[in-house]
Design a binder for this molecule. Structure first.
Ligand SMILES: NC(=O)c1ccc[n+]([C@@H]2O[C@H](COP(=O)([O-])OP(=O)(O)OC[C@H]3O[C@@H](n4cnc5c(N)ncnc54)[C@H](OP(=O)(O)O)[C@@H]3O)[C@@H](O)[C@H]2O)c1
Length: 252
């Protein structure tokens, strides 16, 4: 219940430091709001400094905007180091970035594919590589990588993004096994269609007519799943890819 004020995760998030990358987007923004409402200090990253500053102002409670381009490894490392230096640790990392590149396979260029992988799979690799050493030092870390249903169920206009999602799920599973011994849990949330500008862009490019059996989701549906996997309610779960896809398309 991300919209609620109930203490639904106990004190899990109080006083914790969360880095949300992709916070200027629909799903990252909802996640940042949900964490802040439950007492976490949230650091908001993406590229759009104005959007991030407006969100930080709206959230209040110590939320801060930290614009970065996750295409640049030095800037990602500098950002992670600055959060750890200022707050002493990074308890949570949420990766929720992507670029909207949709189209027919034969029309998509190398540049399109590279842009998608750079903003998603490789971008996540960079934030993970920069953050995990701080989590190891603190012997605590909870990470959620937002992937996407297209990683398991191909769509003809979304093969670059779907391929990046599949790679994110694999990366998540692998890292979860490597870093479990450091008390770091790493999971993925794999959304289906969620009402957002990104879905509108996909719709414009020819999204399949058959939607999920439960209808399209809302950003808070994803935020709730992310918060669950960050919280101690999910203490026995790592390496999972939680489908938040409204049940997927119905049977023909
Ligand atoms: N919405 C859906 O229906 C849906 C469905 C399945 C999966 N997903 C996945 O869920 C995640 C979030 O989706 P969304 O709908 O919230 O997307 P969105 O609104 O388009 O947000 C994307 C975010 O990625 C950031 N970003 C892109 N390139 C970046 C870069 N080089 N450096 C730093 N930040 C960068 C954007 O920041 P700036 O705008 O500030 O650059 C923005 O914050 C994505 O991984 C997406 O693939 C979404």
């Amino acid at each position: 219940m991300t919209n609620g004020t109930a203490n639904d995760f106990g004190a899990d998030f109080e006083g914790r430091v969360a880095w949300v990358v992709g916070a200027s987007g629909a799903l990252g923004g909802a996640t940042a709001r949900g964490l802040a409402r439950r007492g976490a200090t949230v650091v908001l990253s993406g590229r759009n400094a104005d959007t991030l500053a407006a969100l930080a102002g709206e959230i209040g409670g110590g939320a801060e905007a930290l614009p970065i381009d996750i295409g640049s490894d030095p800037s990602v490392r500098a950002a992670a180091d600055s959060i750890a230096a200022k707050h002493g640790r990074i308890d949570y990392l949420v990766n929720s970035s992507s670029v909207s590149v949709f189209g027919d396979f034969l029309s998509l260029t190398d540049e399109d594919w590279l842009a998608v992988f750079n903003a998603k799979h490789l971008g996540y690799v960079r934030t993970l590589r920069a953050t995990i050493p701080h989590m190891i030092a603190a012997r605590f870390g909870r990470i959620v990588n937002v992937s996407g249903r297209g990683g398991q169920h191909p769509s003809r206009i979304h093969l670059p993004g779907g391929s990046a999602n599949a790679a994110v799920d694999l990366l998540t599973k692998g890292l979860s096994k490597i870093y479990a011994e450091h008390n770091i849990r790493i999971n993925a949330v794999s959304p289906g269609p969620i009402r957002s500008p990104r879905l509108d862009a996909m719709q414009g490019a020819g999204r399949p007519a058959k939607g999920p059996v439960l209808g399209d989701g809302q950003p808070d549906d994803v935020a709730d799943a992310v918060l669950y996997l960050l919280s101690e309610r999910s203490r026995f779960i790592t390496g999972a890819a939680l489908q938040v896809d409204g049940g997927g398309p119905g049977l023909g």
